[in-house]
Design a protein around this ligand. Structure first.
Ligand code: SF4
Length: 409
């Protein structure tokens, strides 16, 4: 059987797809890059915005037009499907979340004899891999349907993660710790299986000790969940933990943060944590997610976001124009904004993000960085620095090492 995979959404989804790919591989299926050559398409869905579901439905229809391919939709949107996805052309099954056995069963394939384990995190380029440390989230942000789709926080045991990291380190120079809400790692202690409470910081310490040869990187982590252990590792162990945080802000207005249900920080506590770190890190890649035009957001609220974003040393921003997601509580909040207001605010935030990125790049140009090969584009080698900059080099100048010192250009 020829199987084609496509992933929408976050790094946790990329990890789940990779696991699925390996599960099919273990059954003797052939993974193909072209849906027209596939007997089966497995689409890992996302539900973060209503746009992501529109894109998903469009993509499923596109697959149906390419030939006789059957489709299985898995992931977050599949978990919340009210029958809309199941009714799309070519869809054979809608499988909630990411259980490889459930997808194999839905595909009518016998299960592989060996327990499934990740050996290579191939979706991020040869030298970088993903390690999912937890799934789910215990929070209820009003714009997010992830909690509904993925359920409560479930942390994976430390010993299992160390074993997987050791395996990944045979093939990869960087391992990105990913999940849905990684700052809450270990808070569900019964799943972790240790008597002392484990945290993201103590997990990282254990991973670095067990696998010192790789560089770890955190995917998205809340600024106020960077505890003292994590901060110390960021400052003191740059070879082992990349100097990079992607710390979701969402809004710089406390009033809006409250309406978003993001009760664990304020603009002031976010700012204090980031400033403390920035003062101690000479090289620091810093990104954030920001939502433009949340219901009830006033000009004053928007300006509070702009002011905070100006004040902190962000090196890039991910800006999301607010869109109503019917399953999320924000759909029922008063004060929805006109689309043109949302668009204009998003544009202003994006322009600010671009100017900060340009300024940071200019400041880093000519300096050395700890580079790890992350892919190839247009005949060039893409190298990722510790502070999350992509540096492009002529492939012919590369001696084949996955990690080397590079000059930011
Ligand atoms: S912290 Fe909020 S935005 Fe993040 S996954 Fe949990 S509910 Fe969603």
């Amino acid at each position: 059987m020829n199987v084609y995979f496509h992933t929408f959404g976050c790094k946790a989804n990329q990890y789940d797809t990779e696991r699925m790919r390996q599960a099919f591989d273990a059954t003797g299926a052939v993974v193909v890059d072209d849906p027209a050559l596939a007997d089966l398409a497995v689409i890992n869905s996302c539900t973060v915005t209503s746009e992501s579901e529109v894109k998903l439905r469009r993509f499923v229809r596109h697959i149906a037009r390419t030939g006789d391919t059957r489709t299985i939709v898995m992931g977050c949107a599949a978990a919340l499907d009210d029958g809309t996805l199941a009714a799309l052309p070519s869809v054979q099954a809608v499988v909630p979340n990411a259980d490889p056995n459930a997808v194999l069963r839905a595909a009518g394939v016998s299960l592989p004899p060996d327990p499934l384990s990740i050996r290579r995190g191939g979706t991020m380029g040869k030298s970088r891999a993903l390690l999912k440390i937890q799934d789910g989230c215990d929070e209820h942000c009003t714009f997010c349907a992830t909690t509904l789709a993925r359920g409560a926080n479930r942390s994976r045991p430390v010993a299992e993660l160390i074993e997987e990291a050791r395996e990944l380190a045979k093939y990869h120079a960087e391992i990105v710790l990913t999940g849905v809400h990684i700052g809450t790692y270990g808070q569900d202690t019964s799943h972790v299986g240790t008597s002392a409470r484990c945290t993201l910081g103590s997990l990282l310490e254990a991973l670095i000790e067990a696998v010192p040869s790789v560089r770890f990187r955190l995917s998205s982590v809340e600024a106020t969940e960077v505890d003292d252990t994590l901060a110390r590792l960021l400052i003191e162990a740059p070879r082992h933990l990349a100097a990079h945080l992607h710390a979701p802000l969402q809004s710089g207005s406390n009033r809006v943060l409250k309406r978003m249900g993001r009760h664990w920080y304020t603009a002031e506590t976010y700012r204090a944590r980031i400033e403390w770190l920035a003062e101690r890190l000479s090289v620091f890649g810093l990104g954030a997610d920001v939502i433009a035009g949340f219901p009830g957001e006033t000009d004053q609220d928007h300006n509070a976001s702009i002011t905070l974003l100006h004040a902190l040393p962000f090196t890039y921003l991910h800006v999301f124009p607010f869109s109503v997601r019917p399953d999320a509580a924000a759909a029922r909040l008063a004060g929805p904004l006109r689309p043109e207001v949302i668009r204009d605010r998003a544009r202003e935030l994006r322009e600010l993000g671009e100017s900060k990125a340009t300024a940071y790049r200019a400041q880093r140009r000519g300096q050395t960085a700890d580079g790890i090969v992350s892919g190839r584009q247009r005949g060039q080698l893409e190298v990722m620095t510790e502070d999350y900059l992509s540096v492009y080099l002529d492939t012919l100048t590369w001696d084949g090492r996955p990690r080397f010192e590079v000059i930011v250009n």
